[in-house]
Design a protein around this ligand. Sequence first.
Ligand code: NAD
Length: 548
Amino acid sequence: MDRILAARGTELRCKGWRQEALLRMLENVLENGENPKELTVYAALAKAARNWDSYRAIVETLKNLEENETLVIQSGKPIGIMRTHQFAPLVIMANCNIVGKWATSDNFYKYQEQGLIVWGGLTAAAWQYIGSQGVIQGTYEIFQSIARMHFNGDLTGKFILTAGLGGMGGAQPLAGIMANAIVLCVEVSEARIDKRIEVGYLQRKTASLDEALAWVDEAVSNRQSLSVGLLGNAADVYPELLRRGIIPDIVTDQTSAHDLVYGYIPSGYRLEEAVEMRKSDPQKLQADAGASIATEVRAMLEFQRNGSIVFDNGNNIRTQASQYGVENAFDIVVFTEGFLRPLFARAIGPFRWVALSGNPQDIQTIDQYILEEFKDNEIAVNWIRLANQYVPVEGLPARIGWFGHGDRTKLALAVNEMVRSGALSGPIAFSRDHLDAGAMTHPNIMTENMKDGSDAISDWPLINAMLSCSSMADLVAIHSGGGGYSGYMTSAGITIVADGSQETDIRLKTALDNDTSIGVLRYADAGYEESFDEIRSKGIRRVKTEPE
Ligand code: NAD
């Protein structure tokens, strides 16, 4: 199969823009993907479709899908076309959901091998990935939040140690530069290091720890931002730094530690060796990866004991370490609980939009609108300025902005009006990360240590998805699996297409308002004060069950 590129321009291959939009979003996740030949978008195994036959069938079906029909997809495979109605979703899907007791990593691998299931990541199988921007922004916000909490709001001259330069982790050096910090990122694959240098996300590379540390030292003394990719294994480099008495200001890791067979490379292995062992001896590979992760996490805990700010960046590294004998792995905080929860309690989260015609000017026009109309939204305004300066266009031009209840709708309706009036060169697709207030249950990432103990209750994302179907979203997805694969999380995703029609004003308002409402209500149910404030100030209707 040749490289997939998303269609550009305003010529339609489908029976309407809403269908065309979803087709372009599917093509776009592969255009931006790490290994499109395998349909892999990121994170080792996150796929856009079950296999190439399924991909081709989805494309053909979308081309012929009527306004009043719904395509049903099960783990990346199209199953059937249902007669519904013009306000129903065009696509609904469920990816990688396995019944509780059976939801183990081993079963996930088995079902995947049997061709019964794919893992959808958070945005891969739901065709919502927009390239690295989403994760650059998320990582940048974490760094900013750490700066506010621990470094007087400024990371100038601060040293961040991390690992992994893959589809998501590759964003770390750029996010660090945006925050004025010095980032050392350990990576076992030279090809991954080169790729990040090529796209301008990483500045320098070396295979020598001494050279890397000399560069870091110099940048710290000069208070100059710098990013270095160090060819090496994190399980070796982290303990070695400790041995040398070097304590970074911030330590994390974004290797694909969630996967001990296809992801994390154990210490002592060459990359090709590990790839070969996936087939010849996965059990040994898994055990060695677990042992290396335990070594790395022990070093992270030691950094923490010596004053570094250490956090888990959503790759399940603590969970793996605790399963391989590191009893206090959870002394390390997860980024959501540590830094982002107050925003999620107000349903403020990563909202995105994609210019379906492929014209980057559309994104600039919307940027300009936000800079003028959302002056008080410091996070969004600051990000849009930085993204303009640093973030290259990847695939279809797109933007992310952290918006909450009401603001998402205000923006989307204004954009729909711009599509209608011809101020934009084509329709815009809105979606958001599954890591959003009402949309995810992941007891080791999104919902760790919830106030009311509801960490593992996955009713919420299921309610979110059902509500999105009844609120006229164009695509609704339910995913399970997450880092560590089955059993770790459940999430929901939505896409709504601003095609400029009056009818879509209703779709956008209903779907977006209800999506953030359920997020606020969920956090209110768990007892977060920010949510009650949001309910009071924005008129969200909560049903009270407890006495006044
Ligand atoms: P990826 O598979 O594309 O890249 C992982 C990289 O880690 C690869 O380049 C690999 O060579 C490198 N690596 C593996 N073992 C290593 C080791 N021991 N030392 C140094 N480098 C090593 O994965 P990705 O898409 O970058 O995702 C990374 C992790 O982040 C995943 O676990 C994913 O689930 C998680 N994630 C978190 C968030 C979040 O919101 N924080 C979002 C998306 C993904």
